[in-house]
Ligand binder design. Structure first.
Ligand code: BGC
Length: 739
């Protein structure tokens, strides 16, 4: 039973500025204010507590007795619980058995799909297909909301240039512009146009901030960078999601400039709320409050809780610091009543925006759960997105395969359906994955034309399967080797100190290649790998990431040319770990490497400076020719703009999609500028022989950066502009900006 009478006051005001993006301003309604006035201290604290259920546990600690806490009105939010049936059961306790009947908020990590699992986010970002990214979040929201969920802990907006870090798999790669477009698209997809629509879910921007820059790539490790670097390269995707209307933010585990993000006033108040105008609530990450004791920032858990709420945290995920100490701290004055009320108000406002006070059970729907989950349409979309996310790194002509030709498939990962789902697979289940890569190749090619040998596992040094794999290769016309990392080697707490392909997989590849049979490698993995050895031995390399529920079929679609690969790397692949960090927006230095054999220049003695596969790289089964760049004018002034156009022609025999990329260099600045920085991109699909002119507009915003005085804007002077199909394959032009 809903204890709340519908009130006239409307709480959600959608303020759409013509000049800028939509931002939802949540103001407190009469209903929220009236509720607040009736709440006891215990009840208020309860609204700031988020405990995990015992369904799945995504961190180190587990509090028993969450159902009793809900019943006592001391836990107002639950994560890791889903299905319409179970969330209804818990919601009934909150609504019917507590004094005020405030509905629970149910959160979950719906990161790349809910039951229909899409490719991992690093893979999705390699599609550069922003509409498809939004649609994937829309589908995930529909499936999750039907299972009673209101809130996803996504989008993950952490820029990363650190392949050792296991969580690089969860983000959109290295670039702030691409990352921003993706975080905004995901937010729109999750939240839709109206949060109270029961097919949408609340987005949570995470991990705020700069979690993707841990020293040495070790998860949870120290982060330190200049304020300028933070603002220029790390903050934009978080801000883009705020601008798109996301109403919750998760503080990250790391410290930044010596202060843990969980108690970082500068991040949570000065930047997020004061500068960006964020209106929602901020939740900690899992036990983020307790961890400030280990950080050496708080004396004990109580102190940590006080520091967190006073710095801007509204909700405590799983640490129980608010649960145990906050009431007493408010009574003693260590935390003001105003601070407490402000946090409670923010949480209640979001519950109201979700429509929970009107109908707390609106999200739980067995019917929708059955009819909208894992539908044929969702799976078809997942298959297409998985194909789009795959990046053809190398191809000497081995691919595409020809149907009916005998093929040897080798590698334990080829037969795995589990690994296709990757990390953070939400409610995705292995038995809902219809085909491994091997199964799909068999379907495409006829089982009689496929010979499979495991060869070796993806880990360990067992070479006993080598002989059978070599024999299989000899019987076939071509070989497909599926190698990489298993799905547990990516994601949280999965950092590596070596980014080469593990075990004896590469050794086997070398032996197979030595038979003279053409070999195509398909990679399953969640990070940039050092592929310097494989790029020498394999004829083709297809980066398939962890491609999700339909990933087996998607890989076969690409291998057989049913889908012409179009993915482009959203992160640089280094030659070896020694080059890391290596990314496309590097600066020139005072001694750039320009002279072969020069000594006193910024270079390595043992490898070139260039990475193995540059940001934006990705091949196709066709080829694209770029015309020279045409500028609408050579110079433009403030409030003006110029356009830069190229004509792209498909010069091959099959249709294909190309992502045309625009980069810019500001030659002289009050602070030094990157030699190339992505500023825009466009996808074009062209039939054989077809051409299209792609035009980019360059305005003040395109040239803006954090200047020496920390204002954001452009500076007059000379610029270079580059357009091409990869950051290392571009045409060049020059223009001036005058003020
Ligand atoms: C992760 C978050 C996640 C949370 C809840 C934490 O360990 O860092 O990304 O949302 O757990 O599962």
């Amino acid at each position: 039973m809903n204890k709340f009478l519908p009130l006239a006051a409307i709480s959600l005001v959608l303020a759409v500025s013509c000049a800028g993006p939509a931002r939802k301003e949540v103001r407190s309604s009469d209903r929220v204010e009236s509720l607040l006035s009736k709440m006891t201290l215990d009840e208020k604290v309860g609204q700031l507590v988020l405990f995990t259920s015992d369904w799945s546990v995504t961190g180190p600690s587990m509090r028993q007795g969450y159902i009793d806490d809900i019943r006592a009105g001391r836990c107002g939010n639950i994560f890791n619980a889903y299905t319409a049936e179970y969330t209804r059961k818990l919601q009934e306790i909150a609504v019917n058995e507590t004094r005020l009947g405030i509905p629970l908020l149910f959160g979950y990590d719906v990161i790349h799909g809910f039951r229909t699992v899409f490719p991992i986010n690093l893979g999705i970002s390699a599609s550069w297909d922003i509409d498809a990214v939004e649609e994937s979040a829309r589908i995930a929201a529909r499936e999750a909301a039907a299972a009673g969920l209101h809130w996803t802990f996504s989008p993950m907006c952490d820029i990363c240039v650190e392949p050792r870090w296991g969580r690089v798999s969860e983000g959109a790669g290295e670039d702030p512009l691409l990352g921003s477009r993706i975080s905004a698209a995901m937010t729109r997809g999750y939240q839709g146009g109206d949060l109270s629509d029961p097919s949408t879910v609340l987005a949570c921007i995470k991990h705020y901030a700069a979690y993707g820059a841990p020293q040495a790539g070790r998860d949870y490790n120290t982060v330190d960078m200049s304020e300028r670097w933070l603002r220029e390269f790390y903050l934009p995707p978080y801000k883009a999601a705020v601008d798109a209307g996301a109403l919750s933010v998760m503080a990250s585990f790391n410290e930044l400039d010596g202060v843990p993000a969980t108690a970082n006033y500068h991040l949570m108040q000065e930047i997020l709320r004061d500068e960006w105008g964020f209106q929602g609530f901020v939740v900690t990450d899992y036990t983020g409050i307790n961890e400030m004791v280990c950080h050496g920032y708080a004396a004990d858990e109580a102190d940590a809780g006080r520091l967190a709420i006073n710095a801007g945290i509204d909700m405590d995920m799983q640490s129980a610091a608010f649960f145990n100490y906050l009431k007493e701290q408010v009574e003693s004055g260590a935390v003001s009543r105003k601070t407490l009320d402000r946090a409670v108000r923010r949480v209640l406002n979001v519950k109201e925006a979700l429509g929970l006070f009107d109908d707390p059970f609106r999200y739980c729907s067995e019917e929708r759960e059955a009819s909208e989950t894992l539908t044929d349409a969702n799976k078809a979309f997942a298959r297409k997105l998985a194909s789009e996310s795959m990046v053809l790194l190398k191809n000497d002509g081995v691919l595409p395969l020809v149907k009916g030709e005998k093929v040897a498939v080798i590698g334990s990962l080829a037969a795995s359906r589990d690994d296709l789902l990757g990390t953070w697979r939400a409610a995705g289940e292995v038995d809902k994955v219809p085909a491994s890569i091997l199964d799909a190749i068999r379907e495409y090619n006829g089982a009689a034309n496929v010979v499979y040998a495991e060869g070796c596992k993806e880990q360990g040094d067992d070479r006993s399967g080598f002989a059978a794999a070599l024999a299989a290769a000899k019987r076939a016309k071509k070989v497909v080797m599926v190698i990489g990392e298993n799905c547990h080697w990516s994601g949280e707490a999965a950092s590596r100190s070596d980014i080469r392909i593990p075990g004896v997989q590469s050794e086997l590849l070398e032996k197979i290649a030595a038979t003279g049979k053409p070999v195509a490698v398909v990679l399953l993995n969640g990070r940039p790998l050092d592929l310097s050895a494989e790029s020498e031995t394999a004829g083709a390399i297809l980066e398939a990431w962890y491609p999700g529920t339909m990933g087996g079929y998607a890989a076969a679609d690409v291998l057989y040319g049913e889908y012409n690969p179009s993915g482009k790397l959203s992160i640089t692949f280094p030659r070896n770990l020694g080059q890391v960090p290596v990314y496309h927006y590097a600066k020139n230095t005072g001694r750039p490497y320009v002279h072969p054999e020069a000594k006193y220049e910024s270079r390595y003695l043992d490898v070139p400076n260039e990475p193995l596969y540059a940001f934006g790289h990705g091949l196709s089964y066709t080829s694209f020719d770029y015309s020279d760049i045409t500028l609408s004018r050579p110079i433009f002034a403030e409030n003006g703009s110029l356009t830069a156009s190229v004509t792209v022609t498909n010069t091959g025999a099959v249709a294909g999609t190309e992502t045309v990329q625009l980069y810019i260099r500001d030659l002289v600045g009050s602070v030094t500028r990157p030699v190339k920085q992505l500023k825009d991109f466009a996808r074009v699909t062209l039939g054989p022989g077809a051409s299209e002119t792609v035009t980019f507009t360059i305005g003040r915003e395109t040239l803006s950066f954090w200047r020496q005085d920390m204002t954001f804007g452009p500076e007059p002077g000379d610029f270079k502009l580059f357009i091409g199909g990869a950051s290392d394959a571009v045409k060049e032009a020059e223009f001036d900006y005058a003020e």
